[in-house]
Design a binder for this molecule. Structure first.
Ligand SMILES: Cc1cc2nc3c(=O)[nH]c(=O)nc-3n(C[C@H](O)[C@H](O)[C@H](O)COP(=O)(O)O)c2cc1C
Length: 157
């Protein structure tokens, strides 16, 4: 069973989540970061896991595009979808639903919401101002949900 994780991360939180996920999944895992690598050909994989992070309510455009372009193939494979974000509950769920096409969500074996991090050291001055204003947070904080990542991985082992 060959597995690939395709993801995108702005400040490294999703990257961290992917590392944890890959460790739980064990051997024979390919990982592609669409930020600095071309979109992979998924023909040789049985399982495709796709994830990104939410900014201003949206997942990365490259992740959206990857899902759209590969939809036909993805619907024939075991698929997992996840997001990293700081919202919780209904808002996080709405963001997740907005991030991935309905057809793919219905097909997916597992849907993950892994929490997120505000990393002030990596934010631009503009981003810091937004987070301070909108979330009323002025210091770095991690709400990365390692249990959710482990449980998600359990569905693909
Ligand atoms: C400018 C900015 C906007 C954000 N907007 C949202 C948002 O609309 N909803 C949300 O749940 N989280 C939001 N977040 C939190 C990110 O989803 C969180 O920081 C996530 O862990 C980022 O992952 P990454 O470092 O892999 O990109 C925002 C963060 C920043 C810095």
């Amino acid at each position: 069973m060959k597995t690939i994780i395709v993801y995108m991360s702005r400040h490294g939180c999703t990257e961290k989540a992917v590392k944890i996920l890959a460790e739980h999944l064990g051997k024979d895992i390919s990982v592609k970061n669409l930020k600095n690598e071309n979109a992979p050909d998924i023909d040789g994989y049985d399982t495709v896991i796709i994830g990104g992070s939410i900014h201003a309510g949206q997942i990365q455009t490259e992740i959206r595009r990857f899902c759209q372009r590969n939809m036909e193939k993805l619907l024939k494979k075991k698929t997992g979808l996840f997001v990293c974000c700081m919202e919780t509950g209904k808002t996080a769920e709405d963001q997740f639903n907005n991030a991935f096409p309905e057809e793919l969500r219905n097909h997916a074996t597992e849907k993950g919401m892994f929490g997120g991090e505000f990393d002030f050291a990596k934010m631009s001055a503009f981003e810091k101002r937004i987070i301070e204003k909108v979330a009323n947070i002025t210091e770095s904080i991690s709400l990365l949900d390692r249990t959710a990542i482990k449980d998600f991985a359990g569905k693909f082992r």
